[in-house]
Design a protein around this ligand. Structure first.
Ligand SMILES: C[S@@+](CC[C@H](N)C(=O)[O-])C[C@H]1O[C@@H](n2cnc3c(N)ncnc32)[C@H](O)[C@@H]1O
Length: 391
């Protein structure tokens, strides 16, 4: 069993895990248990760290967990020829970083008497940041270990990290792309990765190359297709704008050259409300038209105008698509929702009309459909992620 430390928006992160691994449950409000033999963190956009569960400690007391850790690892690591680098990250405890570090210091003392040398990574906070774990390569070899200790409702779990989010390559994919466009928007690669994963495991509908094909009918600069390509899917993009098709082409060429990928790419201009797509399409993943950006909440008349406009485009798109794809095809669509100063959201009318448009929501055990809202605290326009399947 594994534990995953969820990202800034835990509901979205756990939904991604459930769609990829199936056997997933909440452990605490920042973590999930995953009943899988192996987890590839580089495939996940929503998890900060993953770890293999080694010990389960009853109760909720840090000191009990600390004693168990010292007892276990002073035996396992006794008389090691190689130096061990250790980081300890605690989640959900009220203890200070110093208290957490103390466990490492006690262990270091015990190991020293057996001849094992331990380098302890200093904790600025109770848990090491993803950046610290990533830069120290913790979890990536036997001698670079991070213990992830999490307090959940049912007790305490101690896990050995199997890696942290690869922030260097995510940043390179985001900032290194030759074509970016601030007006069309900047979908973060990790959200694109989450959205592709939310489509679930894909079967092949019969294209000759043998890889399932992902369509993005609002492809913009191609971030979703870039991430889908990295997951070995064939990629298919359409957009209203010729310029965007050109940007996607250049960006996909860049990622293919950089990562030595043989990408199967199809691109053409098309209005998503009326265009005819080439079949097969095994999944549709898109950030739809979000309307104009706002830096402050708009007046209610302006909001109603933008909401009406985007709702029209996206409903017509969904109707057009439903006539062309096979029943059972997953459709993951980010649509706008507008945040008000009191924290509530105005949603698109279509989010409660998907049945009439030819779809149903994918049922998940860990989250309900309208919990999948992605936004930064300072953003007015949130992305509501609809995880649908064609009826
Ligand atoms: C929010 S952006 C998507 C950005 C994209 N995720 C990216 O990686 O850059 C929406 C895109 O939808 C396109 N668009 C707007 N209306 C459209 C329509 N009716 N049919 C197809 N594309 C449309 C715009 O040109 C824009 O590129």
């Amino acid at each position: 069993m594994h534990i995953a430390i969820l990202g800034r928006q835990p509901a979205i992160s756990i939904a991604e895990l459930e769609r990829v691994y199936g056997d997933v449950s909440w452990f605490s409000d920042v973590s999930a248990l995953v009943g899988a033999e192996y987890i590839d963190i580089t495939r996940l956009g929503g998890s900060q760290k993953t770890g293999l569960v080694i010990l389960q400690v009853p109760g909720h007391d840090w000191h009990a967990a600390s004693m168990k850790i010292v007892q276990h690892y002073s035996k396992v690591w006794a008389k090691q020829a190689k130096k061990i680098t250790l980081g300890i990250s605690a989640y959900g405890f009220k203890e200070s970083p110093r208290d957490i570090q103390k466990t490492g210091l006690i262990l270091k003392g015990k190991l020293k008497s057996t001849g094992t040398s331990l380098r302890l990574i200093p904790n600025q906070a109770a848990a090491l940041s993803t950046a610290t774990s990533h830069h120290n390569k913790l979890g990536l070899s036997n001698t670079k270990v991070e213990l992830i200790v999490v307090k959940g409702q049912s007790g305490i779990v101690v896990a050995e990290s199997t890696g942290a989010q690869h922030i260097t390559s995510l940043a390179a994919r985001d900032q290194g792309r030759p074509k970016r466009d601030a007006f069309v928007g900047m979908l973060p690669p990790k959200l694109a990765q989450i959205m592709v994963n939310l489509a679930g495991p894909l079967g092949v509908a019969g294209n000759d190359k043998g890889s399932p094909r992902v369509l993005d009918p609002f492809c913009g600069t191609g971030v979703i297709l870039q991430e889908a390509g990295l997951m070995n899917y064939a990629v298919y993009g359409t957009d209203l704008s010729e310029k965007m098709i050109d940007f996607t082409r250049q960006n996909l060429k860049w990622i293919a050259d950089k990562d030595n990928l043989n990408l199967d790419v199809t691109l053409h201009v098309g209005d998503a409300m009326t265009t005819t797509w080439e079949i097969p399409v095994d999944a549709v993943v898109a950030e739809g038209y979000l309307g104009q950006p706002f830096s402050a909440p708009p007046s209610s008349s302006k909001l109603m105008e933008v909401r009406g406009n985007t709702n029209h485009i996206l409903s017509e798109f969904l109707k057009n698509l439903a006539e062309q794809i096979k029943p059972g095809t997953p459709v993951v669509l980010a649509v706008p929702a507008w945040k008000h100063t009191d924290g509530h959201f105005t949603h698109l009318p279509l989010v409660v009309k998907v049945e009439e448009l030819g779809y149903r929501y994918v049922e998940m055990r860990t989250v309900r459909p309208h919990q999948l809202l992605y936004f930064r605290p300072d953003q007015v326009v949130a992305r509501e992620i609809l995880v649908l399947v064609k009826k």
